[in-house]
Design a protein. Sequence first.
Length: 262
Amino acid sequence: MNVKINCAHDELRDIVTLTAHPRNPNTHSDEQIKLLSKIIQHQGWRNPIVVSKRSGFIVAGHGRLMAAELLGEEKVPVDIQDFANEADELAHLVADNRIAELAEINRASLADIIGELDSGDFNLELTGFELPDVEELMLAAHPGEEKYTAKIEAPIYEIKGEKPSIAELVNKEQSLALEKEIAANKTITKKEKLFLIDAAQRHNVFNYEKIAEFYAHSTPDLQCLMEKSALVIIDFDKAIENGFVEMSQSLAEISKRDLRDD
């Protein structure tokens, strides 16, 4: 996969040549990296990975690197920066995330933006918020509206182009590589291998734009199964009933949670 580069950068580097900073204090969950990978896949590279000229370590962009690996990218845009000493380098490593944490979200303005984007054709996860978070945000902004349904409308799936192939719907490169590693391991039991292979499917990256087009071309039977698999959501009440959509954290927690990618 070749993600479009939309940011200034000094050079393109092979992923295997980049080294995470050994003192990076930030950790990244699988869910965060999956969400970030979706954003990069859609938007292209909007920010390069920052590498220190003095140490050769990454000082900003550890999450972006992990997302690129998940997407199967071989090269990534890199910005090489000078730091006078180790203290300056470490300070930037910490401050790059800390400054973002200190920002306060205007919930009313955020709700207005989300509401404007919620046309049915735009994947709201590209804002960094997952669907349950969006629902809770909109409910808090419009407390008089019915629970779960505040400005949340199921998209209309219409044919817009050629029907994608099955291979275009999901990137299984990382999960397949992990399955091979599990299968080759001789120290674990067969049941443990089967469990780990099931878990490896979490690394599959679905292309929901392609899935929407594929759904629009599909037969009613196939569409029904895709809905049951939560590949598309037609009826939010049914999705809630099936357990695919759940209210998650409180809005206060959501507003504090920043999609940090470094």
